[in-house]
Structure formats: structure tokens, C-alpha cells
Design a protein. Structure first.
Length: 246
């Protein structure tokens, strides 16, 4: 890690001590250190070879039209049961326990923030941990998807079970978006980590931040770096574990 990065992390640690209403907004890069691939990097899901493009497979219309193929991809590339929270998840949990971090807003669907112990987690794109029968509305956990006896998991009523994740062509939950917006508007510090800020409408939430401590932590540059008060290009787990020591 370069000396300039160490200086920036020291500044981040200082701001964390000064702040009492922190909000974290994170993307796929938060979970890559747990072994979950992101979507757009060289090794990401969008650069894998499948019969159909991943963007097509994880769309609502494809789920309806070709449910079995959807689930083959979903189990293979979207569910990582052995993944564990990494240093970034644990640092955010510690910040929340200190009473400083008020909410984690995430684009991830893996449930790792909750597993780490974070309580106020807003999942913009849903979660693999929750699944619902499309016919009767009965709720199921992840086991019903992973251990289904047939390629397409079915409810006891015979209906198809669908993951509570937001697919392409589906809308984000308005209530979750509104709550996220309120948290960001009221924050005295906003940390954005592990996201390229290209996925809308989630990326548009950044515009609602009114404070003067906008921190971007991402391995590569983003389009918002110029608007940040502090931009750190490094692994988010390394940065947060140093800024929020145990």
C-alpha cells in the first residue's frame, strides 16, 4: 500500500471518530474478498461463457420463459453458501456497535452483512436468503432452493418458488429506496465502497447526500471520484479494517 493511501486511511479514521451519523453504501466489491465474483471485472460473471448472456438469464422474462435454465445459472453463479463475512463486513459491524454507523445500504444479495452482525441493512436488490411461492405466497429459506429435489423448486402447494431478488425488468422496492434516501440525506458522512456506481437507480442515491464527508473506496476509479472529499483506490477490507481497528 502506497504512503498516500496510508495518509488517506488515517484521514478516514479521523473522520470516523468525528462523525456520529454515518451511512455506508456498498456494491459487489464488498463481497469479492469473501470469494463472491462481481459482475463487471475481468473475472466477473458478465465475462463468463454461458449459452445465454447473464444479463438475459437473470431477467424476469427469462425466469418466466425458461425457469429451469434460470435456476441452473442461479445455483451455479449467484449462490455461494460457503462465503463468509470478510474484514469489510466486520469493520462495518463494529462501527454500528459503536453507535456511529446508522445503516448499511447494499446492492448485494448474499446476506453477509447480517451474518457479520449488522442490524440495519437495506438490501436494494433483495436477498438469496428469502424466497416466495408465486402461487400461495409461502416463504422459504435458501435450503428450499439449493436442496430442491427437482431443477425448479416448488412449494408444497405446487407453485414455483422465486428468489426475493430484483431481476432485470423488475422494479426496486419503493419502501426500501425511500428509507435509503432518508438515511443518506441525513448522514453526516457517506462511505461508498466496492461499487463502480454505474447501476441505476441505486447509484443515483448518491446525489441525495448533503454532507461534506463523501468517501469513495474502490479498487479502480469511478465516475464520482471528482465529487468525493476522499477517494481511496484499494481493497475495501484492507482500508476499513485499518480505519476501524478491533
Amino acid at each position: 500500500m502506497e504512503s498516500s493511501d496510508r495518509e488517506k486511511i488515517a484521514k478516514l479514521a479521523e473522520w470516523l471518530k468525528e462523525s456520529s451519523n454515518i451511512v455506508f453504501f456498498g456494491g459487489a466489491g464488498v463481497s469479492t474478498e469473501s470469494g463472491i465474483p462481481d459482475f463487471r471485472s475481468q473475472d466477473g460473471i458478465y465475462n463468463q461463457k454461458y449459452e445465454y448472456p447473464p444479463e438475459t438469464i437473470i431477467s424476469h422474462s427469462f425466469f418466466v420463459r425458461n425457469t429451469e435454465e434460470f435456476y441452473r445459472f442461479y445455483r451455479d453463479r449467484m449462490v455461494y453458501q460457503n462465503a463468509k463475512p470478510n474484514a469489510a463486513h466486520m469493520a462495518l459491524m463494529r462501527l454500528e456497535k459503536q453507535g456511529k454507523l446508522k445503516a448499511v445500504i447494499t446492492q448485494n444479495i448474499d446476506g453477509l452483512h447480517q451474518e457479520a452482525g449488522s442490524r440495519e441493512v437495506l438490501e436494494l436488490h433483495g436477498s438469496i436468503m428469502r424466497n416466495t411461492c408465486m402461487k400461495c405466497g409461502k416463504k422459504y429459506g435458501l435450503d428450499a432452493i439449493v436442496n430442491a429435489p427437482d431443477p425448479v423448486p416448488r412449494c408444497s402447494c405446487g407453485g414455483i418458488i422465486k428468489p426475493d431478488v430484483v431481476l432485470y425488468e423488475e422494479s426496486l422496492d419503493d419502501a426500501v429506496m425511500d428509507k435509503a434516501l432518508r438515511y443518506i440525506e441525513n448522514a453526516d458522512m457517506l462511505i461508498i465502497g466496492g461499487t463502480s456506481l454505474v447501476v441505476y437507480p441505486a447509484a443515483g442515491l448518491v446525489r441525495y447526500y448533503n454532507g461534506r464527508k463523501l468517501v469513495l473506496i474502490n479498487k479502480s476509479a469511478t465516475s464520482q471520484d471528482g465529487n468525493a472529499d476522499l477517494a481511496i483506490h484499494a481493497k475495501i477490507g484492507e482500508v476499513l479494517s485499518q480505519a476501524v481497528p478491533e
